[in-house]
Design a protein around this ligand. Structure first.
Ligand code: NAP
Length: 379
Protein backbone atom coordinates (compact mmCIF):
# COMPACT_ATOMS: atom_id res chain seq x y z
CA UNK A 1 0.00 0.00 0.00
CA UNK A 2 1.38 3.39 -0.85
CA UNK A 3 0.95 6.67 0.89
CA UNK A 4 -1.70 9.08 -0.27
CA UNK A 5 -0.16 11.80 1.84
CA UNK A 6 -0.26 15.23 0.28
CA UNK A 7 3.18 16.65 -0.26
CA UNK A 8 4.39 19.73 -2.13
CA UNK A 9 5.76 17.24 -4.58
CA UNK A 10 2.23 16.42 -5.73
CA UNK A 11 1.58 19.99 -6.70
CA UNK A 12 4.09 19.69 -9.50
CA UNK A 13 4.07 15.94 -10.26
CA UNK A 14 7.26 15.51 -12.31
CA UNK A 15 7.82 12.74 -14.83
CA UNK A 16 9.32 9.71 -13.05
CA UNK A 17 12.63 10.11 -14.88
CA UNK A 18 13.07 13.75 -13.89
CA UNK A 19 16.66 14.40 -12.89
CA UNK A 20 17.20 14.71 -9.16
CA UNK A 21 19.03 17.97 -9.82
CA UNK A 22 15.84 19.55 -11.03
CA UNK A 23 13.42 18.41 -8.36
CA UNK A 24 10.65 20.99 -8.49
CA UNK A 25 9.97 20.97 -4.74
CA UNK A 26 13.32 22.51 -3.96
CA UNK A 27 13.70 26.25 -3.85
CA UNK A 28 16.28 27.65 -6.17
CA UNK A 29 18.39 30.48 -4.93
CA UNK A 30 17.18 33.84 -6.18
CA UNK A 31 19.26 35.75 -8.71
CA UNK A 32 19.13 39.11 -6.93
CA UNK A 33 22.54 40.78 -6.71
CA UNK A 34 24.37 41.70 -3.55
CA UNK A 35 23.72 45.38 -2.87
CA UNK A 36 26.51 47.93 -2.63
CA UNK A 37 24.99 50.45 -0.22
CA UNK A 38 26.49 53.38 1.64
CA UNK A 39 24.64 52.50 4.83
CA UNK A 40 25.54 48.81 4.59
CA UNK A 41 28.14 47.15 6.84
CA UNK A 42 31.76 46.54 5.91
CA UNK A 43 32.00 42.79 5.33
CA UNK A 44 35.10 40.59 5.45
CA UNK A 45 35.16 37.02 4.12
CA UNK A 46 37.94 35.04 5.81
CA UNK A 47 39.02 31.92 3.90
CA UNK A 48 37.45 33.23 0.71
CA UNK A 49 39.36 30.85 -1.57
CA UNK A 50 37.98 27.74 0.18
CA UNK A 51 34.85 25.68 -0.41
CA UNK A 52 32.80 27.61 2.17
CA UNK A 53 34.43 30.96 1.33
CA UNK A 54 33.43 30.70 -2.32
CA UNK A 55 29.91 29.78 -1.27
CA UNK A 56 29.79 32.84 1.01
CA UNK A 57 30.27 35.05 -2.05
CA UNK A 58 27.58 33.22 -3.95
CA UNK A 59 25.07 33.40 -1.10
CA UNK A 60 25.80 37.07 -0.27
CA UNK A 61 25.22 37.92 -3.89
CA UNK A 62 22.08 35.87 -4.32
CA UNK A 63 20.47 37.20 -1.14
CA UNK A 64 21.10 40.85 -1.95
CA UNK A 65 23.08 41.27 1.26
CA UNK A 66 23.84 44.99 1.72
CA UNK A 67 27.47 46.09 2.09
CA UNK A 68 29.47 49.24 1.71
CA UNK A 69 32.76 47.49 1.18
CA UNK A 70 34.03 43.95 0.94
CA UNK A 71 37.37 42.48 2.03
CA UNK A 72 38.45 39.12 0.69
CA UNK A 73 40.97 37.40 2.97
CA UNK A 74 42.93 34.15 2.80
CA UNK A 75 46.43 32.88 3.52
CA UNK A 76 49.66 34.31 2.16
CA UNK A 77 49.49 31.62 -0.56
CA UNK A 78 46.46 33.32 -2.10
CA UNK A 79 47.39 36.95 -1.45
CA UNK A 80 47.28 38.93 -4.69
CA UNK A 81 44.93 36.49 -6.40
CA UNK A 82 42.23 38.28 -8.38
CA UNK A 83 38.63 37.25 -7.81
CA UNK A 84 35.86 38.57 -10.02
CA UNK A 85 32.72 39.45 -8.09
CA UNK A 86 29.64 41.35 -9.20
CA UNK A 87 31.38 42.90 -12.18
CA UNK A 88 34.36 44.07 -10.11
CA UNK A 89 37.73 42.48 -9.60
CA UNK A 90 38.84 42.08 -5.98
CA UNK A 91 42.36 41.28 -4.84
CA UNK A 92 42.62 38.66 -2.12
CA UNK A 93 44.54 40.03 0.86
CA UNK A 94 46.66 38.10 3.32
CA UNK A 95 44.83 37.70 6.62
CA UNK A 96 46.50 39.70 9.43
CA UNK A 97 45.06 41.21 12.63
CA UNK A 98 44.83 44.64 10.95
CA UNK A 99 42.53 43.12 8.33
CA UNK A 100 39.65 43.72 10.76
CA UNK A 101 40.11 47.46 11.19
CA UNK A 102 36.76 49.02 10.34
CA UNK A 103 35.07 45.67 9.65
CA UNK A 104 31.47 45.27 10.91
CA UNK A 105 30.77 41.64 9.97
CA UNK A 106 33.48 38.99 9.51
CA UNK A 107 32.44 35.67 8.04
CA UNK A 108 35.12 33.16 9.08
CA UNK A 109 35.82 29.85 7.34
CA UNK A 110 39.57 29.31 7.47
CA UNK A 111 39.78 26.53 10.07
CA UNK A 112 39.58 26.36 13.84
CA UNK A 113 43.17 27.53 14.45
CA UNK A 114 42.65 30.77 12.52
CA UNK A 115 39.31 31.35 14.25
CA UNK A 116 40.84 30.86 17.69
CA UNK A 117 43.73 33.16 16.90
CA UNK A 118 41.98 35.96 15.03
CA UNK A 119 38.27 35.69 15.91
CA UNK A 120 38.70 37.34 19.34
CA UNK A 121 40.95 40.03 17.81
CA UNK A 122 38.30 40.84 15.20
CA UNK A 123 35.65 40.99 17.95
CA UNK A 124 37.78 43.32 20.10
CA UNK A 125 38.09 45.59 17.07
CA UNK A 126 34.29 45.77 16.98
CA UNK A 127 33.40 43.16 14.35
CA UNK A 128 30.65 40.58 14.73
CA UNK A 129 32.38 37.33 13.83
CA UNK A 130 30.20 34.58 12.39
CA UNK A 131 32.44 31.56 12.72
CA UNK A 132 32.08 28.34 10.75
CA UNK A 133 34.68 26.36 12.65
CA UNK A 134 34.17 24.35 15.83
CA UNK A 135 36.46 26.69 17.82
CA UNK A 136 33.78 28.47 19.87
CA UNK A 137 30.66 26.35 19.41
CA UNK A 138 30.60 24.94 22.92
CA UNK A 139 31.80 28.15 24.60
CA UNK A 140 28.95 29.07 26.96
CA UNK A 141 29.37 32.77 26.11
CA UNK A 142 29.04 32.21 22.36
CA UNK A 143 25.59 31.74 20.81
CA UNK A 144 25.29 28.68 18.54
CA UNK A 145 22.60 29.62 16.07
CA UNK A 146 20.38 28.18 13.38
CA UNK A 147 18.17 31.15 12.44
CA UNK A 148 15.04 29.01 11.88
CA UNK A 149 15.58 27.25 15.22
CA UNK A 150 17.02 29.54 17.91
CA UNK A 151 17.47 33.14 16.69
CA UNK A 152 16.75 34.34 20.24
CA UNK A 153 20.17 33.06 21.33
CA UNK A 154 21.81 36.04 19.57
CA UNK A 155 19.16 38.68 20.27
CA UNK A 156 21.53 40.60 22.59
CA UNK A 157 24.13 41.07 19.82
CA UNK A 158 24.02 44.18 17.67
CA UNK A 159 26.29 45.80 15.13
CA UNK A 160 28.50 48.56 16.48
CA UNK A 161 26.72 51.06 14.25
CA UNK A 162 23.62 50.18 16.25
CA UNK A 163 25.06 50.68 19.71
CA UNK A 164 26.43 47.18 19.84
CA UNK A 165 30.01 45.97 20.13
CA UNK A 166 32.09 43.16 18.73
CA UNK A 167 31.07 39.55 19.42
CA UNK A 168 31.42 36.00 18.18
CA UNK A 169 28.49 33.90 16.98
CA UNK A 170 29.09 30.26 16.06
CA UNK A 171 27.61 28.42 13.12
CA UNK A 172 26.79 24.83 14.13
CA UNK A 173 28.35 21.80 12.47
CA UNK A 174 26.81 21.03 9.07
CA UNK A 175 25.34 17.67 10.18
CA UNK A 176 23.72 19.32 13.19
CA UNK A 177 22.16 22.10 11.10
CA UNK A 178 20.69 19.71 8.53
CA UNK A 179 19.37 17.38 11.22
CA UNK A 180 17.80 20.06 13.41
CA UNK A 181 16.18 21.90 10.50
CA UNK A 182 13.93 18.87 10.03
CA UNK A 183 13.69 17.59 13.60
CA UNK A 184 13.13 20.81 15.59
CA UNK A 185 9.58 21.48 14.31
CA UNK A 186 8.63 17.95 15.43
CA UNK A 187 10.46 18.38 18.73
CA UNK A 188 8.47 21.54 19.44
CA UNK A 189 5.27 19.59 18.94
CA UNK A 190 5.95 16.26 20.68
CA UNK A 191 9.33 16.68 22.50
CA UNK A 192 12.13 14.44 21.36
CA UNK A 193 13.52 12.36 24.21
CA UNK A 194 15.95 10.29 22.12
CA UNK A 195 17.41 10.72 18.65
CA UNK A 196 19.53 8.23 16.69
CA UNK A 197 21.32 9.75 13.68
CA UNK A 198 23.30 8.00 10.93
CA UNK A 199 24.99 10.34 8.48
CA UNK A 200 26.08 9.85 4.87
CA UNK A 201 28.51 12.75 4.45
CA UNK A 202 29.85 14.22 1.23
CA UNK A 203 33.38 15.21 0.22
CA UNK A 204 32.59 18.93 0.45
CA UNK A 205 32.48 18.75 4.24
CA UNK A 206 36.24 18.25 4.15
CA UNK A 207 36.87 21.27 1.92
CA UNK A 208 37.76 22.11 -1.67
CA UNK A 209 40.81 19.84 -1.77
CA UNK A 210 38.73 16.81 -0.70
CA UNK A 211 36.25 17.47 -3.51
CA UNK A 212 39.15 17.58 -5.99
CA UNK A 213 40.54 14.36 -4.55
CA UNK A 214 37.23 12.55 -5.01
CA UNK A 215 37.11 13.65 -8.68
CA UNK A 216 40.73 12.66 -9.25
CA UNK A 217 40.33 9.28 -7.55
CA UNK A 218 37.19 8.50 -9.53
CA UNK A 219 39.08 9.06 -12.79
CA UNK A 220 42.09 7.09 -11.53
CA UNK A 221 40.02 4.10 -10.39
CA UNK A 222 38.09 4.01 -13.68
CA UNK A 223 41.43 4.11 -15.52
CA UNK A 224 42.69 1.17 -13.44
CA UNK A 225 45.25 3.33 -11.61
CA UNK A 226 46.14 3.46 -7.92
CA UNK A 227 44.03 6.27 -6.34
CA UNK A 228 45.81 9.31 -4.90
CA UNK A 229 45.07 9.46 -1.14
CA UNK A 230 46.28 12.80 0.24
CA UNK A 231 43.29 14.20 2.12
CA UNK A 232 41.86 10.90 3.30
CA UNK A 233 43.93 7.88 4.27
CA UNK A 234 41.63 5.55 2.36
CA UNK A 235 40.29 5.25 -1.16
CA UNK A 236 37.23 7.50 -1.21
CA UNK A 237 35.91 6.92 -4.72
CA UNK A 238 33.39 4.04 -4.80
CA UNK A 239 33.70 3.65 -1.05
CA UNK A 240 32.07 4.37 2.33
CA UNK A 241 34.09 4.78 5.51
CA UNK A 242 33.82 6.07 9.05
CA UNK A 243 34.10 9.88 9.30
CA UNK A 244 37.69 11.08 9.18
CA UNK A 245 37.54 13.10 12.42
CA UNK A 246 39.47 11.79 15.43
CA UNK A 247 38.05 8.89 17.39
CA UNK A 248 37.67 9.76 21.07
CA UNK A 249 38.26 7.50 24.09
CA UNK A 250 34.50 6.71 24.27
CA UNK A 251 34.62 5.24 20.73
CA UNK A 252 32.64 8.07 19.14
CA UNK A 253 34.37 10.29 16.60
CA UNK A 254 34.39 14.07 16.97
CA UNK A 255 31.74 14.56 14.30
CA UNK A 256 29.36 12.28 16.21
CA UNK A 257 29.95 14.06 19.49
CA UNK A 258 29.28 17.42 17.79
CA UNK A 259 25.79 16.20 16.96
CA UNK A 260 25.26 15.15 20.58
CA UNK A 261 26.59 18.30 22.25
CA UNK A 262 25.41 20.90 19.74
CA UNK A 263 21.84 19.57 19.72
CA UNK A 264 21.68 20.00 23.50
CA UNK A 265 23.07 23.53 23.33
CA UNK A 266 20.83 24.69 20.47
CA UNK A 267 17.69 23.22 22.06
CA UNK A 268 18.82 24.41 25.51
CA UNK A 269 18.01 20.91 26.73
CA UNK A 270 20.66 18.83 28.50
CA UNK A 271 18.38 15.86 28.87
CA UNK A 272 17.78 14.91 25.25
CA UNK A 273 19.52 11.64 24.45
CA UNK A 274 21.40 11.68 21.15
CA UNK A 275 23.58 9.02 19.56
CA UNK A 276 25.16 9.17 16.12
CA UNK A 277 27.20 7.23 13.57
CA UNK A 278 28.89 9.47 10.98
CA UNK A 279 30.13 8.07 7.68
CA UNK A 280 31.75 9.52 4.57
CA UNK A 281 30.14 8.41 1.33
CA UNK A 282 31.51 9.22 -2.12
CA UNK A 283 29.06 12.04 -2.90
CA UNK A 284 30.25 15.53 -3.76
CA UNK A 285 28.46 18.26 -1.80
CA UNK A 286 25.36 17.35 0.21
CA UNK A 287 24.80 15.15 3.24
CA UNK A 288 22.09 12.56 3.88
CA UNK A 289 20.96 11.67 7.40
CA UNK A 290 18.83 8.76 8.59
CA UNK A 291 17.13 9.85 11.80
CA UNK A 292 15.13 7.84 14.31
CA UNK A 293 13.15 9.79 16.90
CA UNK A 294 11.51 8.86 20.17
CA UNK A 295 8.97 11.35 21.52
CA UNK A 296 7.59 12.09 24.95
CA UNK A 297 4.13 12.67 23.43
CA UNK A 298 2.45 10.77 20.57
CA UNK A 299 3.03 12.08 17.04
CA UNK A 300 1.52 10.34 14.03
CA UNK A 301 3.15 10.57 10.63
CA UNK A 302 0.40 12.64 9.03
CA UNK A 303 0.64 15.29 11.76
CA UNK A 304 4.41 15.22 11.30
CA UNK A 305 3.94 15.95 7.57
CA UNK A 306 1.59 18.82 8.34
CA UNK A 307 4.14 20.31 10.74
CA UNK A 308 7.02 19.93 8.31
CA UNK A 309 5.00 21.39 5.44
CA UNK A 310 4.84 24.67 7.39
CA UNK A 311 8.47 24.60 8.58
CA UNK A 312 10.67 27.36 7.09
CA UNK A 313 13.60 26.11 5.02
CA UNK A 314 12.15 22.59 4.78
CA UNK A 315 10.51 20.79 1.87
CA UNK A 316 8.94 17.36 1.90
CA UNK A 317 9.85 14.88 -0.83
CA UNK A 318 8.02 11.76 0.20
CA UNK A 319 6.34 9.92 -2.63
CA UNK A 320 6.06 6.23 -1.83
CA UNK A 321 4.32 5.41 -5.09
CA UNK A 322 7.15 6.80 -7.23
CA UNK A 323 9.79 5.79 -4.68
CA UNK A 324 10.88 9.41 -4.81
CA UNK A 325 12.67 10.69 -1.72
CA UNK A 326 15.40 13.25 -0.96
CA UNK A 327 18.84 12.70 -2.51
CA UNK A 328 22.15 14.55 -2.05
CA UNK A 329 22.18 15.38 -5.77
CA UNK A 330 18.66 16.71 -5.59
CA UNK A 331 19.47 19.19 -2.80
CA UNK A 332 22.87 20.28 -4.12
CA UNK A 333 22.99 24.06 -4.59
CA UNK A 334 19.57 24.39 -2.97
CA UNK A 335 18.68 26.39 0.13
CA UNK A 336 16.07 24.05 1.54
CA UNK A 337 16.63 20.89 3.51
CA UNK A 338 14.52 18.02 2.12
CA UNK A 339 12.73 15.52 4.37
CA UNK A 340 11.28 12.18 3.28
CA UNK A 341 10.77 8.53 4.24
CA UNK A 342 8.55 9.93 7.00
CA UNK A 343 7.14 6.90 8.71
CA UNK A 344 5.98 5.65 12.06
CA UNK A 345 8.68 3.64 13.80
CA UNK A 346 6.93 0.27 14.18
CA UNK A 347 9.24 -0.70 17.03
CA UNK A 348 7.78 1.99 19.29
CA UNK A 349 4.29 1.88 20.78
CA UNK A 350 1.59 4.57 20.81
CA UNK A 351 2.96 6.66 17.91
CA UNK A 352 5.93 7.67 20.00
CA UNK A 353 8.54 7.08 17.28
CA UNK A 354 9.25 8.33 13.75
CA UNK A 355 11.86 7.58 11.12
CA UNK A 356 13.06 10.28 8.69
CA UNK A 357 15.58 10.70 5.90
CA UNK A 358 16.92 14.23 5.51
CA UNK A 359 19.23 15.65 2.84
CA UNK A 360 20.78 19.11 2.83
CA UNK A 361 23.50 20.95 0.94
CA UNK A 362 26.09 21.23 3.64
CA UNK A 363 28.20 23.92 2.02
CA UNK A 364 25.06 26.02 1.61
CA UNK A 365 22.60 25.50 4.53
CA UNK A 366 25.21 23.52 6.47
CA UNK A 367 27.70 26.39 6.33
CA UNK A 368 27.58 29.54 4.17
CA UNK A 369 23.82 30.12 3.95
CA UNK A 370 23.29 29.58 7.67
CA UNK A 371 26.11 32.04 8.45
CA UNK A 372 24.74 34.68 6.08
CA UNK A 373 21.26 34.23 7.59
CA UNK A 374 22.86 34.89 10.99
CA UNK A 375 24.44 38.05 9.55
CA UNK A 376 21.04 39.09 8.17
CA UNK A 377 19.59 38.95 11.70
CA UNK A 378 22.08 41.70 12.60
CA UNK A 379 20.92 44.15 9.95
N1 NAP B 1 33.32 22.46 4.01
C1 NAP B 1 32.23 22.62 4.69
O1 NAP B 1 31.14 22.32 4.24
C2 NAP B 1 32.23 23.20 6.05
C3 NAP B 1 31.05 23.20 6.76
C4 NAP B 1 31.03 23.79 8.00
C5 NAP B 1 32.18 24.33 8.51
N2 NAP B 1 33.33 24.29 7.79
C6 NAP B 1 34.52 24.90 8.38
O2 NAP B 1 34.93 26.01 7.58
C7 NAP B 1 36.36 26.09 7.58
C8 NAP B 1 36.86 26.07 6.15
O3 NAP B 1 36.37 24.92 5.49
P1 NAP B 1 36.47 24.72 3.92
O4 NAP B 1 35.80 23.44 3.68
O5 NAP B 1 36.04 25.92 3.18
O6 NAP B 1 38.06 24.52 3.74
P2 NAP B 1 38.97 24.74 2.47
O7 NAP B 1 38.23 24.55 1.22
O8 NAP B 1 40.17 23.92 2.72
O9 NAP B 1 39.37 26.30 2.58
C9 NAP B 1 40.18 26.78 3.62
C10 NAP B 1 40.29 28.29 3.52
O10 NAP B 1 41.02 28.77 4.64
C11 NAP B 1 42.10 29.57 4.18
N3 NAP B 1 43.26 29.45 5.06
C12 NAP B 1 43.95 28.35 5.38
N4 NAP B 1 44.99 28.66 6.18
C13 NAP B 1 44.94 29.99 6.34
C14 NAP B 1 45.75 30.94 7.04
N5 NAP B 1 46.84 30.56 7.74
N6 NAP B 1 45.42 32.25 7.00
C15 NAP B 1 44.34 32.64 6.28
N7 NAP B 1 43.54 31.81 5.59
C16 NAP B 1 43.84 30.50 5.63
C17 NAP B 1 42.43 28.99 2.82
O11 NAP B 1 43.17 29.95 2.09
P3 NAP B 1 44.26 29.51 0.99
O12 NAP B 1 43.48 29.14 -0.24
O13 NAP B 1 45.07 30.73 0.83
O14 NAP B 1 45.00 28.35 1.56
C18 NAP B 1 41.03 28.76 2.28
O15 NAP B 1 40.49 29.98 1.84
C19 NAP B 1 36.83 24.94 8.47
O16 NAP B 1 36.95 25.45 9.79
C20 NAP B 1 35.71 23.96 8.40
O17 NAP B 1 35.65 23.14 9.54
C21 NAP B 1 33.39 23.75 6.57
Amino acid sequence: MHSTAFTRHHLFTPPPCLSARHHPSLRRASTVRMALREDGPTVAVVGVTGAVGQEFLEVLSQRDFPYNSLKLLASRRSAGKQLPFQGKTYTVEELVPESFDGVDIALFSAGGGISRELGPIAAVKGAIVVDNSSAFRMDPGVPLVIPEVNPEAMSHIRLKGRNGKGAIIANPNCSTIICLMGVTPLHRHAKVVRMVVSTYQAASGAGAAAMEELKLQTREVLDGKEPTCKIFKKQYAFNVFSHNSSVLPNGYNEEEMKLVKETRKIWNNDEVKVTATCMRVATMRAHGESINLQFENPLDEETARQILRKAPGVVIIDDRELNDFPTPLGVSNKDDVAVGRIRQDISQDDNRGLDLWICGDQIRKGAALNAVQIAELLL
